[in-house]
Design a protein around this ligand. Structure first.
Ligand code: COA
Length: 180
């Protein structure tokens, strides 16, 4: 994938294994900022080996926001499924110092386009903690629609927490294997 300019000085590009250490460093730098919305991470998560495993894991795709020197954000699709579902879950974060600049909504818009045009997906879904207003704003700006509330959905910061569920339908064409 070419590098896409998100804002002057910040590009979006697919992560490669060579990014693993920089991704670990970014998450160490942002530990306090991310702690309230993330599952439990043990020390092994913050290593190049674990980040390489995540970048290369099946049914997933990872993009990074890059300021030319450091990784300042990540957007990741997991659970990519084709067939009659053609869907994936999306998760994201941005460096604490880069919040409020619209970087994640812009990145997510580009990833929605890639999901539709290149990955053959019909739908993206996302879940946020009920009090994660910033993330809910990102999803609203990107055309995601709330479709439910999942009680005790994910184990986050030490507790099973309720999540608001959102989805964005990307198009209404049939899956690629179905004749039009
Ligand atoms: C949620 C998150 C990805 C938003 O990314 P972003 O690039 O800052 O998105 P935006 O610039 O569109 O800002 C979204 C909202 O964040 C809030 N916000 C703005 N500036 C902020 C700041 N300096 N600090 C905290 N929140 C701020 C506002 O509510 C804003 O909505 P608005 O534009 O309607 O005012 C980012 O806050 C983050 O990384 N949070 C921690 C990880 C997380 O929650 N991930 C999602 C899990 S579901």
């Amino acid at each position: 994938m070419p590098h896409v300019s998100i804002t002057p000085g910040i590009t979006l590009r697919r992560a490669v294994p060579a990014d693993a250490q920089a991704l670990a460093d970014a998450q160490i730098r942002n530990k306090a900022h991310l702690a309230a919305t993330e599952p439990y991470r043990d020390a092994s998560y913050y290593t190049a080996a674990a980040q390489t495993e995540r970048i290369t894991q099946p049914q997933s795709a990872t993009w990074v926001l890059d300021d030319g020197e450091r990784i300042v954000g990540r957007v990741m699709l997991t659970g990519i499924v084709l067939g009659p579902l053609c869907s994936a879950s999306v998760g994201y974060w941005v460096d604490a110092d880069h919040r409020g600049r619209g970087l994640v909504p812009a990145a997510l818009e580009e990833i929605a386009r890639i999901s539709r045009d290149e990955l053959g997906l019909h739908r993206l879904e996302a879940g946020t903690l009920t009090d994660n207003v910033a993330s809910q704003r990102v999803l609203a700006k990107c055309g995601f629609v709330r479709y439910g509330l999942a009680p005790r959905f994910l184990h986050i910061a030490g507790e099973w927490r309720d999540h608001v569920l959102f989805q964005r339908i990307l198009h209404d064409d049939p899956p690629a294997h179905v004749p039009k």
